[in-house]
Design a protein around this ligand. Sequence first.
Ligand code: 4AD
Ligand code: MG
Length: 430
Amino acid sequence: MGISEILDGKLTEKEVEIKGWVVTRRSSGGVQFLIVRDGSGMIQATVHKEDVAPQKFEDVDRLTQESSIIVKGIVKEDKRAPGGYEVRVKDLKIVHLAMPEYPLSKKSHGIDFLASLRHLWIRSPRQIAILKVRAEIIKACRDFLDENGFTSTDSPILTPSAVEGVATLFETPYFGDKAFLTQSGQLYVEATIAAFGKVYCFGPTFRAEKSKTPRHLTEFWMVEPEMAFYTFEDNLKLQEEMVTFTVKRVLEKRRRELEFLKRDLVPLRKVEPPFYRISYTEAVDKLQKAGYNIEWGEDLGAPHEKFISLQFEKPVFVHRYPAKAKAFYMQPDPENSQVVLCADLMAPEGYGEIIGGSERICDLKLLEKRIEEFGLPREAYEWYLDLRKYGAVPHSGFGLGIERTVMWICKLKHIRETIPFPRTITRIYP
Ligand code: 4AD
Ligand code: MG
């Protein structure tokens, strides 16, 4: 039993017990009004002098913000109360009286101050709403994959080699040798497809990205499906379905949170397959015509992605990037070997890339050549080459960045609010 059930109208006139924290308190003419939070929601609890023992009423008067309490009372429908319900308190117990002057009690604070108190900041209603949406997105991705024949196989965090370029590797000593924090679980799910067919991993990934931008973290979470026998086209279809399923699930289960965040739901309701598609070459053409300084061959940057994303009211795949701008494992386009069978999915409303995916090289010789061309140490990839020696199949997969997806679905300006404890180039505390 929690506050969310009271707000759903399931407990009206019933006696309830709420275990939670005091968000605010005010008194007016012998009545104390508390806003209480229990993790499932927030509700007003009113304490009338005549309803409780005199000592209890005095206790309420001492309650500070963030004190933890247990209240018992009767649920009343009340149009004036936030959420439309209140609890008329019969009994109250203080579990812990919080120290006075809660550091975040003021209405507005600077972002650095909030970030350094993230361990307290996560209790605020806005952060709670965002992190509830995050949890729903993760659950939706997992449910979608679990219900569609995927087996979850976890990839290691400590690895001997790079997936997404040596420039962004975090290195750590490893018993006289060295190891790297994984940039992506992809190479390992490419191994598990031969055991399970369709698989995914979900876990933290690390990039020593020097970029200090509103959409880069050094530690972020990715869900990475990988499918045997899937073509490039099959891969895009799956992404459309998974993203659509996820958005619908959040609209259904986290309406209250999205409304609290004042998220415009209209653009989210438009998310339906098929998504738009344009080739990288067409994208560069559009960008150049719009006056952007970009040459064919360069990877798209944040402003480019934003521009492209704003042209479409649904997500758009930008496909077939130049081989040189992308990772070593991507399958060349049989119709033009300059480009690879990859696509980045751009979220609408200016958000840009939330998914990177591709068909993978399945030919041994070609993969060996690419490892060499990219200057990667072959020894570290011997096991990965083995996958092309024993039962190689065409296969494809993608990685959806959880934080980028939360940012878009909640329509946030900065990625730091999308994860409980963000890690960026300038912050590792708390
Ligand atoms: O495009 P990326 O680098 O693709 C891969 O890592 C592939 N190996 C995935 C695969 O095919 N299995 O990263 C995938 C996604 C991006 O689209 C973005 O959403 C997110 O991961 N991402 C980041 N999110 C936050 N901070 C960063 N520094 C990120 N880098 C990538
Ligand atoms: Mg990418």
